[in-house]
Design a protein around this ligand. Structure first.
Ligand code: ARG
Length: 576
């Protein structure tokens, strides 16, 4: 579609006398029944002091058709249409040639993006809300990679900070008699929950003894106390192993597992740099950086007791990432509650003269709720990600047993679809909207669910299997036989795919791909419903030429669905 757009822009520019870049900015995707592109003439009409419909009519009049493109004025718009057959052929050929790379481009060649995602805090379970960061980040990595970018996925594990002092204290207080080697992730969480509970109680009563002792433990850890270090290393190991299980199930892999602790050694250097550049100021014993920006609170760099902070570690980490990868863009996928933190540390870096800090982008997302409540609690039990995934897999397994009892690899499919159900629910809405999680809804095979889009793909695979004949080479396919409006609609959507992927990348918004996939699935089912009613529209038509063209079309759609699923981090089972 992009090459047709290019031609449309050139021709519209000639017809209107406008700069091509101006036309390019104005030209939109047309509503499906209006054509392929639409040029709205409102602002133009104002400049020309003419009525918008007259402006549109004038441009359409001067438009020279060619390259398979025609234009027509409709009210205040110039609607541009690409020749159906040409679009069908070009699109089907492109999909056949590009295969699993369809939807991608080379636009990002030579550029590197670093994506910081998942990044849970250790000694806490991988809670359900971590799914959001993990899956949005994972999807963005795929979306950038297919756009030609070099990608580096980093899990910035939260393995440092005062919370660990509390955990060490918990071990001192309640860990007597527990075998450190046999300590489980669950027990670790219990320790964490218990100490936080006790500290909260104590603070309610006005005390601060436990809190102080926790801080003390953290200081010991920072100063390299061997007992503190050994315990900490073991806690980290237990957590990491626990996280691995969930990542494995989700099919997520990181290029770097660089925790916050990694930056401890760099802290003095960061502090020195900020001091030399005259950015550090003392405030109530702490070291802070003040901003000129009205209403922006100072960034806390170092506490009175010398302990460094989350922001300081992020400053050090960003410097390392720039040194190591020379990134052109750095994404940080976290909940929107952290927006200020990212603004602050990026601004500190800019003030310190690091121009690349302008390419730091926070990619925020909303909260996930279960039954109207936040699926995240500091005290008490959290909803574990693995448990949710397991529950979804179980539900899907039951559904498959009922719908398709003979499916051979039912266990694998149930796992892929169960996990896919959870992922799709997470990615189908704009990331900043808060989402509700209702297990029974998300595993349904109908509605806007993961199982539905995965089933659509499996259905296309099953039609191709049932045909029992090899796909013809594109050169031997007569695309002019694809005449039905439902076929045009499908091909148009397929042609739009690369543009939608670009948009997803521009906005760091995987939901663009998810929404696109829903549209494609709907168009596909519509086509089949029509074929169910009218034998002449069946894919497996008795005429061999028609059948060959429709099978190719089906494969084109199948391939596009598979690529879209892949960009969302979902698997694409061929039967379910
Ligand atoms: N560990 C943090 C949390 O769980 C998220 C870290 C995000 N990444 C970063 N570089 N700050 O909230």
């Amino acid at each position: 579609m992009q090459q047709f757009r290019h031609h449309a822009v050139q021709r519209l520019a000639r017809a209107s006398g406008l700069d091509a870049s101006r036309v390019d900015d104005l030209l939109q995707e047309a509503q499906a029944d209006r054509g392929d592109f639409a040029l709205p003439c409102f602002t133009l009409a104002k400049e020309l002091r003419r009525a918008p419909p007259a402006t549109a009519a004038g441009i359409a009049e001067a438009f020279e058709p060619g390259d398979g493109i025609e234009a027509r004025a409709e009210g205040p718009y110039v609607n541009v249409t690409v020749d159906r057959e040409l679009l069908a052929r070009t699109t089907m050929e492109a999909v056949a040639a590009q295969g699993d790379d369809w939807g991608g481009s080379a636009a990002g060649d030579g550029k590197t993006v670093v994506v910081d995602y998942s990044s849970p805090n250790i000694a806490k379970p991988l809670a359900f809300h971590h799914l959001r960061s993990t899956m949005i980040g994972h999807s963005l990595v795929q979306i950038y990679r297919t756009g030609g970018w070099e990608t580096v996925g980093i899990n910035h594990l939260g393995d440092w900070g005062t919370g660990f002092g509390r955990l060490l204290l918990a071990w001192e207080l309640y860990g007597q008699g527990v075998d450190l080697d046999a300590l489980t992730a669950d027990e670790l969480v219990d320790l964490y929950v218990r100490i936080n509970g006790d500290i909260a109680e104590e603070q309610k009563a006005g005390g601060s003894d436990l809190d102080e002792r926790g801080r003390d433990w953290f200081r010991r850890l920072e100063q390299g106390d061997p007992t503190a270090r050994t315990l900490w290393a073991r806690f980290r190991q237990i957590s990491e192993k626990e996280f691995e299980a969930a990542y494995e199930l989700l099919g997520v892999r990181f290029d770097c597992m660089w925790g916050e602790s990694r930056y401890e050694a760099r802290m003095p250097k960061v502090m020195q740099e900020l001091r030399e550049k005259g950015l550090l100021e003392e405030s109530e014993g702490a070291q802070v950086v003040h901003f000129d920006t009205e209403g922006m609170p100072p960034c806390l760099i170092c506490k009175g007791d010398g302990a460094t902070l989350y922001a300081t570690r992020d400053i050090a980490a960003a410097i390392e990432r720039q040194e190591e990868f020379g990134f052109d863009r750095a994404l940080y996928v976290t909940d929107k509650g952290q927006a200020l933190h990212f603004k602050q540390f990026a601004q500190v870096l800019e003030m310190a003269g690091h121009e690349w800090a302008r390419e730091i982008r926070h990619v925020p997302f909303g909260v996930i709720r279960m039954g109207g409540k936040r699926a995240k609690t500091r005290l008490g039990k959290v909803v574990l990600l693995v448990d949710v995934l397991d529950a979804a897999i179980e539900k899907v397994r039951a559904l498959i047993r009922e719908k398709n009892p003979d499916l051979v690899d039912a266990d694998d499919v149930a796992r892929d679809v169960g996990v896919g159900a959870v992922i799709f629910n997470d990615l189908k809405n704009r990331r900043e909207t808060d989402i509700d999680f209702d297990l029974d809804q998300i595993v349904r095979f109908d509605g806007n669910t993961g199982p539905y889009v995965m089933y659509s793909h499996a259905r296309a695979c099953s039609i191709l299997r049932r045909a029992g004949e090899p796909l013809r080479r594109m050169a031997d396919v007569d695309t002019s036989l694809l005449k039905d409006p439902a076929e045009h609609a499908l091909l148009r959507l397929v042609a739009l795919f690369p543009g939608r992927v670009d948009k997803a990348r521009e906005k760091d918004e995987p939901s663009e791909v998810a929404k696109y996939l829903l549209d494609l699935c709907e168009a596909f089912h519509h086509y089949h419903t029509k074929g169910g009613r009218d034998v002449d529209l069946r894919v497996l038509h008795e005429d061999a030429e028609v059948r060959a063209a429709r099978l190719r079309l089906t494969d084109t759609v199948r391939q596009t669905m598979k690529c879209a699923l892949g960009l969302l981090g979902m698997r694409a089972p061929t039967g379910m």
